[in-house]
Design a protein around this ligand. Structure first.
Ligand code: IYR
Length: 227
């Protein structure tokens, strides 16, 4: 391989099949216990934990290694309150002003969500993930980014996994439309909000819908032309 980057050795040690099996199962067990929650405890969470989760998320692969993401961390109660008010204004129009198409309303009905978003104030942290539609270099030069939504989606997945692994809960919240986040958080023109994550511990007595995940057979297709 040639190119602009110098190359460094990549670790080549292999684990045994048994160890791989053990690790695959324990990671599956861990992730299978993850749920999106909407009922957060106000208990504080040290910012260092949020920072570690963001560092993990930022290990995601990205198109042309542009790393087209910004994680805005919000803990200030007055900023959280402004975000809640703005999100609820939009969501009230969605749920009660007839802005949600009937099919979408029906899809959400089993989840029991409504326009009220108290967790945007209760959760000790909100992290808003922004996608960088293009990169602005320190000298002001701009660079095109590639596969931005895919890259940011992968980073979001790693973020969710990192939070769950350390014992924190979150929700991939996408208030719609999200432009108010650009305004309130004063983000530059090259950024667009992607996901709003309220983060904290689940409230005492927190309950979640009794959802089932699709089975492996439902999500996997094996193509093998040799049999
Ligand atoms: N953004 C709205 C509606 C909503 C949409 C989907 I798709 C969900 O899975 C859940 C909610 C809200 O946050 O209530």
């Amino acid at each position: 391989m040639s190119g602009g980057y110098a190359s460094v050795p990549y670790k080549t040690e292999r684990r045994s099949f048994d160890e791989m099996t053990d690790r695959s199962r324990s990671f599956l067990d861990l992730m299978n216990d993850r749920r999106s929650i909407r009922d957060f405890s106000p208990d504080p969470v040290p910012r260092s934990l949020i920072e570690a989760a963001i560092s993990t998320a930022a290990t995601a692969p990205s198109g042309a290694h542009r790393q087209p993401w910004t994680f805005v961390v919000v803990g200030d109660p007055s900023l959280k309150a402004r975000i809640r008010t703005a999100a609820e204004e939009e969501e009230q129009q969605n749920y009660e002003g007839g802005r949600l198409p009937p099919e979408w309303r029906d899809a959400l009905a089993p989840l029991g969500t409504d326009w009220q978003k108290p967790y945007l104030e209760t959760a000790p942290w909100l992290v808003v993930l922004f996608e960088q539609r293009y990169t602005v270099k320190p000298d002001g030069e701009t660079l095109k980014n590639y596969y931005v939504k895919e890259s940011v989606g992968i980073a979001a997945g790693l973020f969710v996994a990192a939070l769950h692994n350390m014992g924190l809960a979150t929700l991939t919240h996408t208030p719609s439309p999200m432009a108010f986040l650009t305004r309130i958080l004063e983000r530059p023109e090259n950024e667009r909000p992607s996901v709003l994550f309220p983060i904290g511990f689940p409230a005492e007595g927190c309950r979640v819908p009794d959802l089932q995940r699709k089975s492996l057979d439902e999500v996997m297709v094996v193509r093998d032309d040799s049999d």
